[in-house]
Design a protein around this ligand. Structure first.
Ligand SMILES: N[C@@H](CCC(=O)N[C@@H](CS)C(=O)NCC(=O)O)C(=O)O
Length: 255
């Protein structure tokens, strides 16, 4: 008789076989293609999501002297859908971070990468908040990270898609996602009307909450938002962050 326990066991052994048949090829390909010996390796492209991570790595380099290597992924060629890449990120999207100092530990999803780097490198809490000592600000930082990760990025990404990449012209979709992007800019304006940064006491302190949202706002013209003048607090925040050397450098990666 078929036992209740047999099914999950059978399934997981099939899964194990699939994974082990992928492993030798993918790992060695990824390693052999990866340049450099720096502690971190970033697989990325010059897009909003890629830039979040390169900006933070540039900040880490400036603050702690920790360097990283860059492997450029050509998303127009679907390199991010190749098996060796999918073995690191089954979602098939950039970026991916590899922590060479931790046995090539792999991290995907930008918010997870920012938090991972903060915990591993930013021991002095220069760009994030101590979950125990500053738990309220830590929570606020997470709230803005989750907000952007679940809202700003996906909505503005869809605005880009329907305006620039969709194989057919769908005015309703174009309008819906542009409107939603502008609504979300309005949310940032509400937060930034009397503050300098998204999280932190008083007028706030620059943190990974800002880094996580900034590259999307930086891409506003590409998404069809001509100017940020309608949102003065957001505009001032945008200029303030773009004034940082590490941000300018990070925006230009891969160069
Ligand atoms: N939620 C993911 C989104 C990553 C993402 O959408 N990356 C885009 C570039 S901004 C990408 O890889 N696009 C290529 C594709 O969709 O195949 C993250 O935050 O890491």
């Amino acid at each position: 008789m078929f036992s209740l326990r047999a099914r999950p066991l059978a399934l997981s052994s099939t899964l194990r076989r699939c994974l082990s048949s992928l492993a030798p090829d993918t790992t060695s390909t990824a390693k052999s293609l990866a340049p450099g010996n720096n502690p971190f390796l970033l697989y990325t492209a010059r897009t909003p999501n890629g830039r979040k991570t390169s900006i933070f790595l540039e900040e880490m380099k400036a603050a702690y002297g920790i360097d990283y290597d860059v492997f450029k992924i050509d998303i127009s060629q679907n390199t991010q859908k190749e098996p060796w890449y999918l073995s690191m990120n089954p979602n098939g999207r950039i970026p991916v971070l590899v922590d060479r100092a931790k046995d090539n530990f792999v991290v995907f999803e930008t918010a997870a990468i920012l938090l991972y780097l903060a915990e591993r490198v930013d021991t002095e809490h220069k760009f994030w908040f101590d979950p125990k000592q500053e738990w309220q600000e830590y929570s606020r930082m997470l709230q803005w990270i989750f907000w952007a990760h679940g809202g700003l990025g996906p909505m503005q990404g869809q605005a880009n898609h329907f305006q620039r990449a969709a194989p057919e012209d769908i005015p309703y979709a174009k309008k819906r996602y542009l409107d939603e992007t502008e609504r979300l800019y309005g949310v940032l304006q509400l937060r930034l009307a009397d503050r300098d940064f998204l999280a932190g006491p008083g007028r706030g302190r620059y943190s990974i909450a800002d880094i996580n949202a900034f590259p999307w706002v930086a891409g506003h013209q590409f998404s069809g938002v001509e100017s940020l003048e309608r949102w003065p607090g957001l505009n001032a925040w945008f200029q303030r962050i773009y004034g940082r050397e590490a941000v300018v450098k990070g925006m230009d990666i891969p160069n």
